[in-house]
Design a protein around this ligand. Sequence first.
Ligand code: SF4
Length: 472
Amino acid sequence: MANEFPFEISPMFEGERVRKDDMFVELGGPKSRGFELVKAAAMDEIEDGGFKLIGPDISKMEEGSRHPFAMIYRVAGKLIEPDIEAIVERRNHDFQNYIQGFMHLNQRYDVWIRISKDAIKKGLNSFEQVAKATMMLFKNELNFIEKIDATFITDPDEVERLRGDAIKTYEARDARTRGLHDEDVDVFYGCTLCQSFAPTNACVITPDRISLCGAINWFDGRAAAKVDPEGPQFAIPKGEVIDAIGGEYSGVNEKAASLSGGEYTRIKIHSFFDSPHTSCGCFEVVGFYIPEVDGIGWVDRDFTGIAPNGLAFSTMAGQTGGGKQVVGFLGVGVNYFRSPKFIQADGGWNRVVWMPKNLKEKIKADIPPELVDKVLTEENVTDLKSLKESLEKSQHPIVQRWVKEEEVPEEAHVEASGTAMSGSGWSIPSMQMPAGIPMMPMQFSGGGEGVKLSFKNAKISIERIVFKNKEK
Ligand code: SF4
């Protein structure tokens, strides 16, 4: 099959990354606009294999340039109905990554593509080649697709115009789960698509928790399992409820153990700290624990700045991904903020202290009204000191979790050297520091004064201590 195309096509290219220096052109991504969309159509509407390009082709693009980009596929077949659109759409990511020299990241309105210089040298010079290869893979791998056509768009105005319609489609898909909750169903759905790069990851998709890539909701999982029972999405019978608040079910635990090869045996769907959901790398948003205020911040892919803990999205995403349960970080889909069970095991919205302004705007209607002004953004605070001060000033509910220093018995104080946030009358909150939280570099202001750490009811285990002479 590869002879038809000037590039190789194989799942072995899935993990291939096109770095900036090796890139011929960038499409969509954080510095431009893009989207991908699959729509169900009637058989007689589609000319199988048809392709249309609106805007300049690859051969007309300059090396190193960046362009808006949209991909719209229409699919038809006896088993095809609108419920299946999201599942087919998600596979665009896999199939395009099979193309050597073509890197596809993210999903929906976040797609980010790079084509390598090597691929161009080998003869990739038209989007038609990419579209034909992708459509061939769609039909080979998803045999319920009987006909498919594709429209790719690089014209900036057209991408912008149609992106609005695409977003309405995504919203309509997600809105279907609003009236349905975990307790209303006996079956959840799982997805292993991302195990190709995160082998122990197993997404659990429930009515109250959309997939962390944000592309597959419970209805999508159900439709996929029905139409393609041997495919990567499958039913997970819930089994017994073990923890209704945390969202722990015997059926999910059994599946988690088998899918992770025994690496983990428990998943609490609505918990941030205790047996959290695994995070592969496709998450739309990363949640990060901020021990200095005992709160949780969230940062999305579009945010290019630095969060109050001194870290960028990319640094925290690197820490979070890989298919592990990383206590202290959690990948989620944007729609999970709209869930009535949103991290309910850990206080829900009362625990949220910070998120980028644009993300907050997106989900503002779903933040409890009394907290809207108390969840801070980069416009209010820039570091941990100002975060703590603003939370205290606004009397964010998190403040109730803090312990005034004078309430901590003197013998519980531990003196240490280094830099950290210190403030009069305030100490690290009274929570048990969740086990397993990885050490991350933090940004502090007002360093050089030493630090006083207060631990209460804390267990500290140290694997190794190295003593060194102090250099003079
Ligand atoms: S993030 Fe989860 S639901 Fe989305 S494609 Fe990957 S495994 Fe599937």
